[in-house]
Design a protein around this ligand. Structure first.
Ligand code: NAI
Ligand code: PHE
Length: 336
């Protein structure tokens, strides 16, 4: 299964910096619709195989994201294999050089644990990166949070409620999760939040009026909407069978542990907005800037809400999970 996924990719580059021993994997999944786009994730993987499995799955999700949000781009991803003592600058520069060698087949940007400062190193090695420079695409995490909010509001509508009447559990208070909390707090949504970094938890409590919950409570707290904004794989089969939420919508890529978990949520009539629709904001803003040198309007991100509504309605009509319906639509567009 994993091998067949890697075989789908146009290029899989495993690179190592001889001086620092920093290691990275850069994947171009598809350039069928345009140059591949994918952020850089820095993570301490349990093994090389685990890193490879993650990067190819994330790259494939980017291809689907591009097809669904109708940008002329394809899917890719880069991961840096983190470990204590990693020379962070060398690692990001290594990815930058690799991206430059690809000559425009792959554009990169932010993802988990990659900061604006990290991307400046990348930007010194390659032209094909979205940084926070004045002549860049702007705040991509903000675009992602705006897009997630648009999808979240479509889900709220589906649940027949106003944001101020809803309770949302947010997991992960990083670049996207914190911005989402700020936006939801402004709409009067009650928030319960968790992050493994205590200072981020404290910040959300102080600034968004959120209630701090523990790691165990994240998938056990009764709420209207669960919003995963940390890593993927949160909706495992046991979680999907018992999650006490009326709907799910967040930024985390590849949120399902497997397809059975998606079926389980659907059987329980809990709509899960496909992550590759909800979190497309950065891709839309980044790709339109990279490929057309244009700044998008807020309306462009609101279309994420329109797509969400269509997918949720179609899911109900055909009685299949929203993720399946969205995947079919993405594949149709790729084949066309
Ligand atoms: P980030 O690295 O800024 O934030 C991730 C946060 O999750 C951190 O605060 C971290 O401490 C926390 N975290 C990690 N493990 C956790 C756990 N078990 N429980 C609770 N919190 C945990 O990453 P970012 O950029 O906010 O991305 C979040 C998710 O959204 C990722 O899955 C990413 O792939 C996805 N995404 C991000 C985009 C962007 O524009 N940054 C675009 C599209 C998707
Ligand atoms: N990391 C972003 C995502 O997962 C996408 C991104 C890639 C944004 C490249 C800009 C440039 O969707």
């Amino acid at each position: 299964m994993r091998d067949s996924l890697a075989a789908e990719c146009e290029q899989v580059l495993v690179v190592k910096d001889p001086e620092s021993s920093a290691e990275a994997i850069v994947v171009v999944h598809s350039t069928k619709l345009g140059p591949a786009h994918g952020g850089i994730r820095r993570w301490a993987y349990a093994s090389h195989e685990a890193a490879m499995a993650d990067v190819v799955a994330l790259a494939r999700a980017m291809t689907h994201k591009c097809a669904l949000c109708e940008v002329p781009a394809g899917g890719g991803k880069a991961v840096i294999l983190d470990h204590p003592g990693l020379d962070r600058e060398s690692a990001y520069r290594l990815v930058g050089r690799t991206v430059e060698q690809l000559g425009g087949a792959f554009y990169t940007g932010p993802d988990v644990n990659t900061t604006a400062a990290d991307l400046r190193w990348v930007g010194e090695e390659t032209r094909f990166v979205a940084t926070d420079a004045a002549d860049g695409p702007g705040d991509l995490a903000a675009a992602t949070a705006d897009g997630v909010l648009s999808a979240w509001l479509a889900l709220a509508e589906e649940l027949g409620a106003q944001p101020s009447d809803l309770h949302c559990v947010v997991q992960g208070l990083g670049a996207v999760g914190m911005r989402l909390c700020e936006r939801l707090a402004a709409l009067g949504t009650r928030l319960s939040v968790f992050d493994v970094v205590p200072s981020r938890l404290e910040h959300a409590v102080q600034n968004c009026g959120a209630t701090a919950i523990s790691s165990d409570q994240v998938t056990q707290t009764a709420c209207d909407i669960f919003s995963p904004c940390a890593l993927g794989g949160v909706l495992t089969e046991p979680v999907a069978a018992s999650l006490p939420a009326r709907g799910v919508c967040g930024a985390a890529n590849n949120v399902f542990g497997n397809a059975a978990a998606a079926d389980s949520m659907h059987r329980r009539s809990v709509p899960v907005v496909p992550d590759f629709i909800a979190n497309a904001g950065a891709l839309i803003q980044g790709a339109i800037w990279n490929l057309q040198r244009e700044r998008i309007t807020p309306e462009r991100l609101h279309r994420i809400g329109v797509t969400t509504r269509e997918i949720l309605q179609r899911s109900r009509a055909v009685d299949r999970p929203p993720s399946q319906v969205a995947l079919e639509l993405a594949r149709e567009r790729l084949e066309r």
